[in-house]
Design a protein around this ligand. Sequence first.
Ligand code: UGA
Length: 427
Amino acid sequence: MIGTGYVGLTTALMLCELNHQVVCIDTDTAKLKQLKSNRIPFHEPGLEELLNRHLSRGSLSFTSDTGQGVRESDILFITVGTPSKSDGSTDLSQIKNVAETIGSNQNGYKVVVNKSTAPVGTCEKVHRWILERQPRKLPVDVVCNPEFLREGKALYDALHPDRVVIGAENGKAARFIRNLYDAISCPKMMTGLRTAELIKYSANAFLAMKISFINEIGRLCDAHGVDVTDVATGIGLDSRIGSRFLKAGIGWGGSCFPKDLASLVHMFEQADLSPRILEAVRQVNDTQVEYYLRQLEERLGDVRGKTISILGIAFKPDTDDIREAPAIKVIQALHKKGAFLKAYDPVVFIHRAPTGLPVTLCSEMSETFEDSDCIFLLTEWKNFLHFDWKSHRHRMRTPLIIDGRNALDQNALTQYGYIYYGIGRVY
Ligand code: UGA
């Protein structure tokens, strides 16, 4: 497993659970040191327990020597970063580096599996980059096996996937990789390399589209006094639509949807096509924070000099990931408008306190109420939902709650004397 980020580590531990022997390779020696001493460098439920189990059983090992890892393995998974460039295209330098190292260290037949999300045509490039570096001509097959796990639920998703997609040009190599997943019962789709690559992007774009769709409907619900959660339930009961990913709120963030949509849009442009739906999906998301701020200002007036408390910084619960988190955009926008900001997050505070953000981090949720003019919930952490809201209302200067995730109990909060706003909620 070359690369020990979310995808690499989770896949490695999933394969160990399926009784395979896995070597994790990473050039970041500080990270390897942490991992070897049973510590996961990010917050992801369940991973540490499995790390302990497989390190002590000897089914998992770590090395920073990529060459040695390549020489000693039959199957090489590429699970490195594929960040966005400023024009939306994907930076493939880490994948290229890995492919070249595989090529120069190849000592026999290898199956190279790309799991990093990368544009259509990348696996073909990987094949070429490997061949260019081989010391002598050796057989190699490249397989595309995209990953569909969610942060916060990574382990569950890896062990209980809805499907496994395996793209390859060589049927034998494809079957070899499919066999790795024998113990997992789910549909296994065998397809071509380019198809597998596009399935990954299309899946993420479709999910983002569902969210932007319900967020747009949420705005109309506000205008007509209709409850968007009822609309979502009503349409979701149609099995052709499905109820998941229809939770209206502040919008999607994270390390995947924004980057993958940018990359997909770039692929359209490269093909001289206009991605009209995708542009609209992004536009709704890009204007959602603004929409919420208008709702806030309608209730509070000018925010200059007011104290706004942010609940939740992570882009979603059960992770400490703040990449493209709506909370960051909200904090920056409110700061620009002259508000004072406090924030609390159960794990971002401990693990990855964001530096340079114009916000005072609280060490407890209850501190966010003190002399605050508004509490703005941006991550639906469970402990926020089960908090004793009743006893803390009097500590706020203005008891206004903006629920950016439609997660709180609106009726109870209103009874306690709060002014509540959630998108498309009837009040
Ligand atoms: C997403 C996909 O769900 C995974 O299948 C995929 O493997 C992953 O990207 C990836 O490409 O690596 P992830 O970004 O971890 O997973 O998180 P999601 O659970 O998809 O949530 C994404 C964003 O949408 C979050 O900000 C979340 O709060 C928001 N969201 C989600 C909503 O606003 N409403 C919903 O109904 C669902």
